[in-house]
Design a protein around this ligand. Structure first.
Ligand code: PMV
Length: 313
């Protein structure tokens, strides 16, 4: 045993967040240009983690890393190597808690890294099982969308508890992603929606159903490469997400800035109440101008992803 390597990438939910928890479909995209890498090598005595948040022995890992610690310890148990001394380094370009799937991507990079280290074959199914195990430790009851997308090479059509389907995406537009600079609160947002649905089902259930319908229409728009339709559907989804109470002032503001700057549509992405928003534009120049406008409006970081480049991974 010398060394091991595992990588993964960020994800963006194009459409269907929150409704996916209630059995409606969602479409998520891998973002290959935003990478995470885990490397491991044999050490003499200790089990040590090096990351941007924590550098030290695995036993003392801070609360934020406790899920990762438990994942590693379970993997070591699985490989019958609980006392294996190692140095594990995690290098990530993903902002944490912004709805870009940082926890699932970290878990996937680590799982791949340890299977590589122990020279054991890793099927996609086994990878997802371990990633979902980790997501349960960290998030309680996730839909599984993050883990599925962080391990996918194509956009996916996702329905809870079903095998994700690969989607072809051949749309000639640009996705602009902006970080609101505020931590997303996925757990709180999911609980809020659950409470709304419990208290006023007649008011809130139709909004989830509407999101489900919009997601199906987005699939059709993507198949027809109709970016105008896609834009309008994203904006319609934002209206429903706002009505569910999962947007925020800053996210609403960034969506308005996007629409005022030639975006064809805009919405929050992920759990909401912070985190990121997305917008689509027709041309690269518009995407660049929009990205600048979003930064002027307070976005702390922006990314531009040509939609046509996602499916060729
Ligand atoms: O905030 P993110 O990117 O982890 O996405 C959460 C998506 C939800 O639909 C709100 C929750 C889930 O588990 O699918």
């Amino acid at each position: 045993l010398q060394s091991g390597l595992g990588t993964s990438h960020a994800k963006i939910i194009l459409i269907g967040e929150h409704a996916v928890v209630y059995g409606y479909p969602a479409i998520a995209l891998p973002l290959p240009s935003v990478q995470i890498q885990a490397t491991i090598r044999t050490a003499k005595v200790d089990q040590t983690i090096h990351s941007r948040y924590y550098d030290g022995p695995i036993q003392g890992a801070i609360a934020e890393l406790s899920g990762i610690r438990r994942l590693i310890q379970h993997l070591l148990l699985h490989f019958d190597a609980v006392d294996q001394a190692f140095d594990l380094t995690i290098k990530s370009q993903l902002p944490a808690e912004r709805g870009m799937g940082s926890s699932a991507a970290t878990a996937i990079a680590i799982i791949r890294c340890l299977f590589d280290f122990f020279k054991k074959p890793l099927t996609h199914q086994l990878l997802l099982q371990w990633a979902n195990f980790s997501e349960h430790i960290i998030h309680g009851n996730p839909s599984g969308l993050d883990a599925a997308t962080a391990s996918a090479q194509t956009p996916i059509w996702f329905v809870k508890a079903q095998v994700p389907q690969e989607l072809k995406l051949n749309v000639p537009g640009f996705l602009v992603i902006a970080d609101s600079g505020i931590k997303g609160k996925t757990g709180e947002a999911v609980r809020l929606v659950a409470q709304h649905v419990r208290d006023m089902p007649n008011h809130y259930r139709p909004k989830l159903a509407a999101l489900g319908t919009i997601t199906t229409k987005v699939k059709i728009a993507l198949a027809k490469a109709d970016i105008e339709d896609l834009g309008q559907l994203l904006t319609a989804a934002q209206t429903n997400l706002q009505a569910l109470g999962v947007s925020s002032n800053q996210l609403d503001k960034l969506c308005q800035v996007a629409l005022a700057n030639q975006a064809l549509g805009a919405k929050l992405t992920g759990g909401g109440q912070g985190g990121c928003m997305i917008a689509v534009t027709k041309t690269a120049a518009q995407a660049q101008r929009l990205s600048n406008a979003l930064q002027t409006a307070g976005a702390t970081q922006t990314w531009i992803q040509p939609l046509s480049e996602i499916h060729t991974l």
